[in-house]
Design a protein around this ligand. Sequence first.
Ligand SMILES: Nc1nc2c(ncn2[C@@H]2O[C@H](COP(=O)(O)O[C@H]3[C@@H](O)[C@H](n4cnc5c(=O)[nH]c(N)nc54)O[C@@H]3COP(=O)(O)O)[C@@H](O)[C@H]2O)c(=O)[nH]1
Length: 855
Amino acid sequence: MSVAAPREAQQQALLTALDRSMAIIEFAPDGQVLRANRNYLDIFGYSEEQILQRSHGSFCVESHARSEDYRIFWDTLLSGRFSTGLYQRVAADGHCVWLEASYNPIHDSTGALLKIVKFASDVTARIEHERQQREYIQRLALSADKASNTLIMTDRHGAVVYANQALTQLFGFQPGELLGQPMEQVFNLPHAGSDVFERIHSCLLEGRSYHSEEMIIGKFNQPLWCSLSASPVLDEQNQLNHCIIALTDITTSRMREMLQHKVLEAMAREASLTDVMLLICREVERIAPEVIASILQVDEQDCLRPLASPSLPESYAQALDGLPIGPCVGSCGTAAFRNAPVLVRDIATDPLWSEYKALALPLGLRACWSTPIPGGDGKAIGTFAFYYRESRGPDDFHKRLVEMSTHLCSLALERESARLRIRQLAFYDSLTGLPNRSLLLAQAEQAIANAKRQGENLMVLFIDLDRFKQVNDSLGHPAGDELLGIIAQRLREQMRGGDIVGRLSGDEFVVLLNPCTTEQATNTIERLQELLSQPCRVAGVTLTPSASIGISQYPENGHDMETLLHRADLAMYQAKANGRSHFSFFSDEMNQLAQERLALETALREALQQRTLTLHYQPQINLESGRLHGIEALARWHHPTFGNVSPMRFIPLAEECGLIGQLGQWALEESCRQLAAWRRAGLDVPAISVNLSPTNFHNLELTRYINDTLSEHALAPRDLTLEITESVLLDTNPSTLRTLNEVHAQGIGLSMDDFGTGYSSLGYLRRLPLDELKLDKIFVHDMEHDETALALTHAVIRIGESLKMTVVAEGVETQAQRELLEQQGYKVAQGYLFSRPLAPEQMEDWLRRTVDQNT
Ligand SMILES: Nc1nc2c(ncn2[C@@H]2O[C@H](COP(=O)(O)O[C@H]3[C@@H](O)[C@H](n4cnc5c(=O)[nH]c(N)nc54)O[C@@H]3COP(=O)(O)O)[C@@H](O)[C@H]2O)c(=O)[nH]1
């Protein structure tokens, strides 16, 4: 069409174009159809003739055509006003047709209404589609509203068409409030970047789902961590139609992830309490930047002790340190006191803060919400506080954060106190509270390292209480414990700054004098011994304790604590050997002796295991008849390296290293076996004497063991005599007397060896079930030249006679001694005069010779 075309031609062309693209129908003012174009006829399924007979109302839904609305609608048109909109009409076959249409009244030049021309587009398909979508959404809503998951649906442009109840509740919206809103206006995703919605949209347009975890700020600015999953709903043409977004609240798990994992991990790698608490505060402030976190501990005196508040100045924590909790001590002191959370919205005016607001306000702190941290017994062991810069209280998010944080704080504080308890148990002696061996060694090693750097001397004192065992045995173990407590306290009192004191075990204490010269050590030790030997009341009895002290010196005697301790121990033995309340410095000779002793101990152990000890036998002679009274078995040890080791040496050694029980049993077994063998060989041996140590009588099984041994060798109890020494009287073990009585009751002889040398009181002779006394050889040795010795030997035989005991004179070496003894009335004697102790075969020869002589 040329620009210059006449106006009528242009109009005609426009009408033709409209005619082609739109459905057009014309109505007379009374509604009668005047004309309809092809499009209209096609939409409604009428022929031209059919449609010309119809009126406007016949295209309408019948009820509508008869309605007031319809009348008004038509009257509006008749009044010349134009109408446009979405209209529902009925086609020839009765199906519903939706038209987007405009009704245009046409007037003539006089203004009279000529006709009404309607231009329409068939939107039935679209309306139907929209209806279906609505139905779909309604169906979805029916189930989605019941779902606990939060769901929201948008149209293809991102406007909300549906949000379920869970979603509106979670984010604080009213039902329906979100409909039609663009997503980006509904939700604020502060950490996601400004283009997040574009990214979601373009993903959906490509038909893909979008997943992420986002912090979403709800209607009331409350932050929530959500797992966001947006899925596209496509139409038949695979075009984006809707989008369904599922949001899952993962705030708790995310907090756990951010906070709990990190904190537990720190605890697992043994981070200090302060570091753990700092970590909690820092993480909490990272998660909720609007808060300032602070953790205080409540100590055993119910005072506040700052643990962590990384965003507050050090001076703030210092000002709170040591503040007693109470009913009006800010938020934290009050929360700990009440054992309940305390919220102060306005620090400036709240009476709880009246005394402390001057600390907080200059720092811009306006509000403070403090929650008690519960201990295992429910009591507050600390407080966890949020400070705010504005007057406010916690939101739901903060509450969750605090719940998790206080739990973690509890865990950390409990772990710390468990750690301290374990440390106490592991490193401190529970009876005295002194460091135990482990801690003592560790502290001492540190002191040695320092002394090395400084070029200083140290002294290690090994302190052993004298006769402590007797306190335990006579007054009972609680009394012994009490005495140890007193000694520990006295040692503590005596210590200077760098000194270390600890308890090794039993009645053994160690003091490390740090630093210390030999002269200082001597003074200190003398003072210490004086202090330790002060009388004290224990279990209602006044005791005068004393201690033997061995000393070793750093660096002369060793460069590590184990060596120094060992050497101080050796020196202590030396001190003990010198008598009660002595001290002794370690020397190289001592070390030499100790080495030898250790080697000997090992060899003795082996000898007992391999049964390489032997017994020699010495006859006891009846002086009247010259016949054999009995035989004493004496242990002998020949070692390939050490040669012949005297029983005077290896018997005490066996005592010290706990081998005496084994040795005693072996001697019993072997002597019974030998006696039986001699008897089987026709040799008349009336009885055998075996030496036992007091310790052997601690064994409650001893009587049974002896009986079994005797039975095994077909011997009678009277065939055996057990020789004990007077030291048995010093043995306070309750089993000793009991076993002695049992043995005696069996008919086994008991002989008191070395009589006259030891215990001063003879009263015990009545108490002990003795059959025999053995006059010690020292008296026999001296009786020829020493009147006193002679008087004593005389006295001993009288005692024996009066108590109806056999008295055996030991160590008779000369005929003169024998005669003197006989004159005094001694009936039995033993000594080199008759025979030295002999090996079994030699003893056998001796026995045979003697029998021959006597027959
Ligand atoms: N618990 C055990 N103690 C035992 C055992 N075997 C021995 N011993 C005790 O060891 C001490 C030393 O014994 P030993 O060196 O054997 O000395 C004995 C005799 O050899 C010695 N003796 C004997 N006659 C004379 C003598 O005329 N002159 C002299 N100078 N010495 C002599 O005397 C010791 C006798 O011992 P005892 O009668 O027991 O006193 C010693 O105390 C033994 O008891 C054992 O197996 N277990």
